[in-house]
Design a protein around this ligand. Structure first.
Ligand SMILES: [Zn+2]
Ligand SMILES: [Zn+2]
Length: 676
């Protein structure tokens, strides 16, 4: 063997091969050794699973996966963090004296918090185009982004000298002994430096100058604390290329048009007001959608062998203690004293020493209490208890959002008690039911993800191994652990008591929503001592499956509104048809038409106002009424109607009244009740 002075590291590549690289070499060297194409495409490196700079030398034998733009998630995060640095440099170039603080990547871009000079004050949106220009100049200069290890004292001195009070404060709070890195953009007097953990791309020129946009400014407190100085935050969105950026901007615009709060008002579906933060006032039109959806879900559950129950809103705190919610979940609960309030003038309304009760934040413990009534045998299993359970969760006002994020909500909840042997098949059955429901409700695409054990959890490792394996196996058995179903496993994202399958819907404009879930839980049956008598005559613990398909009615209806942009399929539309007159001579006939439709079960209204027909058409299409039946003198004489469909380009279609009634009453049938 030849003797060599240089130490060699073994670098294992994803294809199983191993490359020997001399000490001091970098992932970029490996990329270059493989080929010039890869050398150009490689953005960063995953070393033993950790994302690192492509120019950072290996520190020993390691596994290496090169990150290119194909690894979209990692690439986007890197790029967004780079943009944040470039934003900060641009702002300091244009507005000398501005201090820097923090600037992370976000879900669609990045932001940076600045302390502007007193003379300048907070940044404004009018300044954003100039800042964008300066950012493009920095990108065009293709400045290298270099990682440097500094000592704490060096960093503090550097920031003290350059008047960066916030950064100087921050670095002194980093734990003693932690490796402190500074990232330098460019060289010499052109260099710009920020305290940063990284990683970053090799140079600013790796970014697409047309793949970002600064979007808005806002105030933000230093370190999120209202007692601290107010900073000026600049937001941007950033992508790998212009095509992605454009698609995102179109999606934003489209999302604004579909905003469920806006459409909810236009269609008179619901409202919210401050006197009931996070609880929805359903108007008659909105509640029709709810009732149709609830009736649909009830039919599907009945057919799938579920038994519907109803459980109390208020339960004693001791019960929540037993179930484990009082410890882990209390901050999300509304707590109520078990006491009659005093009406005496001098006395306090509540004594403060009554027993506590809590509004249920979930239905699970109550369903175990039903299961525990009487003796259960293995012949009773699987036992599927369903509840359209109204729950309350105490969320801060700022976290609430329309009907998508509320404090009072109704779940399509169910708990299935099964033996260990029944587990996989029951989960498969659930996957099939959910698949059919999503398709019938108009969602063709959804993804399935397995959320694995979190750091903080109940139960032994063996139990978690088993529970995770069961869910994995069930999805495979249902044939859905495929790329078509976006199958992936998410380490650390399970609930504290069980791993879970998550089902993410894709809506009409490509956004995803986590809606359905199923979790295999052995902890709650244990805590609440649920058991059944097995074939062997002995007591056994059942496994409890927590599952929901649409999640909550509130959020799901919000998603439906945005998915359909208010143009609901006929069976869900609050008003299915309006009979509108052209002339008042047709009033009596319009009444006859509406009456016939109503008898056929159609939700129909008449519009006999003395208005031009075009005005009526416009108004009802704004209200998203699917069918407009126009009648005039001629229709009245001939016994016909002229039908216009919402959003259809084809002209109105004239047909006999009987034909129209037959056609419409066939179309309003919910999807699960249709033949074939
Ligand atoms: Zn950084
Ligand atoms: Zn549950």
């Amino acid at each position: 063997m030849p003797r060599t002075m240089t130490k060699m590291f073994k670098i294992a590549l994803p294809d199983g091969s191993v490359k020997e690289m001399p000490e001091g070499s970098t992932p970029a060297d490996v990329a270059a050794a493989i080929g010039p194409g890869l050398a150009k495409a490689a953005l960063a490196a995953k070393i033993d699973g950790e994302v690192r700079d492509i120019m950072r030398p290996f520190e020993g034998d390691s596994s290496l996966a090169l990150i290119t733009s194909r690894d979209e998630k990692d690439a986007l995060e890197l790029v967004r963090h780079d943009f944040a640095h470039i934003l900060a440099e641009a702002v300091q170039n244009l507005f000398p004296g501005t201090q820097i603080t923090f600037g992370p990547a976000t879900d669609d871009g990045f932001y940076y918090d600045f302390a502007p000079t007193a003379e300048h004050g907070p940044f404004t949106e009018e300044e954003l185009p100039a800042i964008e220009e300066e950012m493009r100049r920095i990108i065009a200069a293709d400045k290298p982004l270099v990682r440097e290890v500094w000592t704490r004292a060096q960093v503090r001195d550097f920031f003290d000298k350059s008047g960066e009070a916030f950064k100087a404060e921050w670095v002194m709070e980093l734990p003693e002994g932690e490796t402190i890195t500074m990232y330098r953009t460019g060289d010499g007097k052109d260099a710009w430096i920020d305290l940063c953990r990284g990683p970053h791309l090799a140079s600013t020129g790796k970014l697409d100058p047309n793949a970002f946009k600064l979007t808005r400014v806002s105030g933000a407190y230093w370190r999120g604390d209202p007692k601290n100085p107010m900073l000026s935050r600049i937001y941007g969105t950033a992508w790998l290329n212009k095509k992605q950026l454009d698609a995102y901007l179109v999606r934003l615009e489209e999302a604004a048009k579909r905003d469920h709060r806006k459409i909810g008002q236009e269609m008179d579906l619901f409202h919210l007001q401050a006197e009931a933060h996070g609880s929805v006032f359903w108007h008659p039109n909105g509640y029709i959608i709810w009732r149709e959806l609830e009736a649909y879900m009830r039919r599907r559950l009945d057919a799938a062998g579920y038994l519907e129950v109803k459980t109390p809103q208020l339960m004693d705190a001791r019960q929540w203690e037993k179930s484990g919610h009082w410890g882990k979940y209390r901050e999300n609960m509304f707590v109520v004293p078990d006491e009659i309030p005093s009406t005496e003038e001098e006395a306090p309304i509540l004594s403060g020493d009554a027993d506590l009760m809590a509004l249920k934040p979930m239905n699970c413990p109550a369903h175990v209490l039903i299961f525990n009534q009487g003796i259960k045998s293995y012949r009773d299993l699987p036992l599927r208890l369903a509840e359209f359970g109204c729950c309350h969760r105490n969320e801060p006002h700022g976290a609430l959002h329309g009907i998508l994020r509320v404090r009072q909500f109704t779940q399509d909840d169910a708990h299935i008690f099964v033996t260990g042997e029944q587990l996989v098949d029951e989960v498969v059955e659930f996957c099939n039911l959910l698949d059919s429901v999503y398709r019938q409700l108009g969602f063709e695409n959804y993804a399935i993800k397995l959320a694995l054990r979190p750091d903080q959890r109940y139960g032994s490792d063996a139990e978690w191994d088993h529970a995770e394996q069961v869910l994995r196996e069930a999805v495979a058995k249902a044939g859905r652990n495929t790329p078509e179903f976006g199958w992936e496993e998410l380490p650390g994202e399970g609930a504290f008591y069980a791993p879970k399958l998550e089902f993410h819907l894709t809506d009409a404009i490509g956004r995803t929503w986590q809606v359905g879930t199923i979790q295999a839980d052995t902890v709650l049956p244990e805590r609440l001592d649920a058991n059944y008598i097995g074939e062997d005559g002995q007591k056994h613990r059942p496994v409890m499956l927590h599952r929901a398909i649409i999640g909550t009615f509130e959020r799901f209806i919000g998603i439906l509104i945005e998915h359909y942009a208010g143009k609901f399929p006929l069976w869900l539309a609050p008003v299915q048809a309006v009979v509108a007159t052209i002339v008042s001579d047709a009033d009596a006939y319009a009444g006859e038409v509406a009456a016939k439709l109503a008898v056929a079960g159609v939700r129909v209204e008449t519009d006999l106002r003395n208005e031009k027909i075009n005005y009526k058409v416009r108004e009802h299409s704004l209200a998203k009424v699917p069918l407009l039946l126009v009648v005039g003198k001629r229709e009245a004489e001939e016994g016909t109607v002229a039908i216009r469909r919402l959003g259809s380009d084809e002209h109105q279609k004239v047909m006999s009244l009987d034909e129209a009634v037959a056609m419409i009453s066939a179309e309003i049938v919910p999807p699960d009740l249709r033949e074939g």
